[in-house]
Ligand binder design. Structure first.
Ligand SMILES: Nc1ncnc2c1ncn2[C@@H]1O[C@H](COP(=O)(O)OP(=O)(O)OP(=O)(O)O)[C@@H](O)[C@H]1O
Ligand SMILES: [Mg+2]
Length: 249
């Protein structure tokens, strides 16, 4: 699955420090087109920093990150284009409070991609339909549940037609009964062939949708395996210890 020609996201010896803290330590990771990676690991292990580095919200000290063969640009127009290729969904939904759901989704296509409003609105409605909130299009974010808002955030990212989607704990701020409606959208997206890097401890999602689980601890990729293999037969002590903790609650 990950022969070089098919590689969409490639991290090669990526290092990042915050002062003394070596938060990403020689990270090598290749994500193939259409592949779904779940990243798990203890708090502080560098998962969010990894996502932020791939989206260039965070600089790296050395190593390289390429998206579809293009090294991450430093700044300017090229960076704006790269950002459009990489969709990101965070724990907090980050919708614009004073814009309607429809306006939230059309903003990027109109402002960044210069799409005509009509076309942007048609595409946005189709995306809202796909994530199951088309009937909320003219409301404001505060009028929606957390699960609905997060599905809007996914639609908003998809509106930019990204090549890869990053998700950083997209369900961890949600009430339990809303988690599945968001995970279902993500599973559908995975089945449609979207390349995804997902930080989550939702093992059900990993089992259903992931090709590979990457386990991080202390800024290192400690091990990677297919979900079933990782959850039933973790190799490192760190992974065993971590799984025993998340499995008990
Ligand atoms: N801007 C920053 N400045 C200094 N230290 C930071 C910064 N961002 C993150 N860190 C530190 O880097 C380490 C990794 O943080 P990161 O957010 O990537 O971890 P994580 O694996 O996502 O954790 P969690 O599961 O809690 O979200 C942590 O020790 C964190 O305190
Ligand atoms: Mg994090």
């Amino acid at each position: 699955m990950s022969d070089a020609s098919d590689a969409l996201v490639v991290l090669d010896k990526v290092n990042k420090h915050f002062g003394e803290l070596h938060v990403l330590n020689d990270i090598d990771l290749t994500v193939a087109r259409g592949e779904v990676i779940v990243v798990i690991g203890p708090s502080g292990s560098g998962k969010s920093t990894l996502c932020r580095a791939i989206n260039r919200l965070e600089t790296i000290d050395d190593g390289t990150i390429t998206i579809d063969g293009q090294p991450l640009p430093q700044e300017g127009k090229a960076l704006a284009h790269l950002r459009a290729d990489v969709g990101m969904v965070f724990q907090a939904f980050n919708l614009f409070a004073h814009k309607t759901i429809l306006e939230n989704v059309t903003l990027g296509p109109i402002k960044v991609k210069k799409e005509p409003r009509k076309q942007a609105e048609q595409e946005a409605m189709a995306l809202l339909e796909r994530v199951g909130v088309a009937n909320q299009a003219h409301k404001y974010p505060a009028q929606l549940s957390g699960g609905q808002q997060q599905r809007v955030a996914i639609a908003r990212s998809l509106a930019m037609k990204p090549k890869v989607m990053l998700f950083d704990e997209p369900t961890s701020a949600l009430d339990p009964e809303m988690i599945n409606e968001v995970l279902d959208v993500m599973v559908a997206l995975a089945r449609e062939g979207m390349t995804m890097i997902v930080v989550t401890h939702e093992m059900g999602f990993a089992r259903k949708a992931a090709n590979r689980v990457v386990f991080m601890a202390d800024g290192l990729i400690q091990e990677e395996a297919e979900p079933e293999e990782f959850f039933t037969n973790p190799q490192s002590e760190r992974a065993k210890d971590f799984l025993s903790k998340i499995l008990t609650h």
